[in-house]
Design a protein around this ligand. Structure first.
Ligand code: NAP
Length: 289
């Protein structure tokens, strides 16, 4: 029987835990943790993500601020804002919502974020610490995937985990984390140049899909009894929905779900845990200070 790795329910539970901790701290007279977000331009999906992060921050009792900047913002102006946030003693952590407009060098912007406030875990310092197994801010989506596997008691030691995708924000860090002591998976990382992808995915005890292609993974690519984690998020038009769209993943769930032992739904799987990881990292940044 297929069981759901229910990210929505788990996120609620962890948010409750964070909210209790924050309540206790504020009752003792401490200030609340403060998470800030910077968004440049008005991309619909990015605005939704930032709004969700702001809502979740309030739900757990954090202070939240959003810096909304015009699409025409120059790289220099953005770097000045980052410098301001790096030095603002009231802010514990902040994120810069990606993607940025094409005229801005994304890596240059990430590099400018102070590692101590980098609650998205994207800076070279935090990535380096993660690879070395040192204390760090772990990138939010991979951290969320690890939390899902851990809290649902999924057996990982010695399992063959196949990760499709090698992006800096999902594929590469999740492959690293799952191969480390504690998870102890044997990891195969696949990308667009991988040959015989299906041969590899059919060997996966745990299949993590972060390819960015709607419903790419079909039933014939999955071993019976596998654990499947679908990281993909895509909006597709759907006239039957009030908002005119529905959200699908990188996995064709109608075919894949019946074959799995455990599977993350889309929506309501990895997404809610990504936001929770950001809150956990912010709480950690607050406590460090
Ligand atoms: P990305 O930067 O576009 O990376 C996609 C990866 O897939 C690349 O490494 C690419 O290989 C690989 N790939 C492309 N075609 C392939 C093929 N035919 N066979 C094997 N590998 C292939 O995407 P991302 O930022 O990692 O995001 C992946 C998905 O997750 C997207 O749908 C995104 O919206 C979603 N996402 C969700 C969350 C969440 O919170 N749930 C967070 C972040 C992202 P190359 O490196 O060779 O190009």
């Amino acid at each position: 029987m297929t069981e759901l790795l229910d990210g929505k329910a788990l996120a609620l539970q962890i948010k409750d835990e964070i909210a209790n901790e924050v309540r206790q701290m504020t009752q003792e007279g401490h200030r609340a943790p403060h998470l800030a977000a910077v968004i440049v331009g008005s991309d619909g999906a990015s605005m939704t993500y930032v709004a969700n992060k702001e809502k979740s921050s309030h739900e757990v009792g954090f202070t939240s601020s959003v810096y909304r900047m015009a699409e025409s913002t120059t790289e220099k102006q953005l770097l000045e804002t980052i410098d301001f946030l790096n030095n603002d003693p009231d802010i514990d952590g902040f994120i810069v919502q990606l993607p940025l407009p094409k005229h801005i060098d994304e890596q240059k912007v990430i590099n400018a974020i102070s590692a101590e406030k980098d609650v998205d875990g994207f800076t070279p310092v935090n990535i380096g610490r993660m690879v070395l197994g040192e204390d760090c801010f772990t990138p939010a989506t991979p951290m969320g995937i690890c939390t899902l596997l851990k809290r649902y008691g999924i057996e990982t030691a010695g399992k063959h985990c196949v990760v499709i995708g090698r992006s800096n924000i999902v594929g590469t860090p999740v492959a690293n984390l799952l191969s480390r002591k504690g998870f102890d998976c044997t990891v195969t990382m696949c990308h667009s140049k991988t040959q015989n992808l299906k041969e590899l995915t059919l060997q996966a005890d745990i299949l993590v899909v972060a390819i960015g292609k709607p419903e790419f993974v079909t039933g014939d690519m999955v071993k019976p009894g596998a654990v499947v984690v679908d990281v993909g998020i895509h909006r597709v038009e759907d006239a039957t929905k009030k908002n005119g769209y529905r959200v699908i993943g990188d996995v064709k769930h109608s075919e894949v779900d019946p074959k799995c032992s455990w599977v993350t739904p889309v929506p309501g799987g990895v997404g809610p845990l990504t936001i929770v990881s950001l809150l956990q990292n912010t709480l950690k940044a607050y406590k460090r200070r």
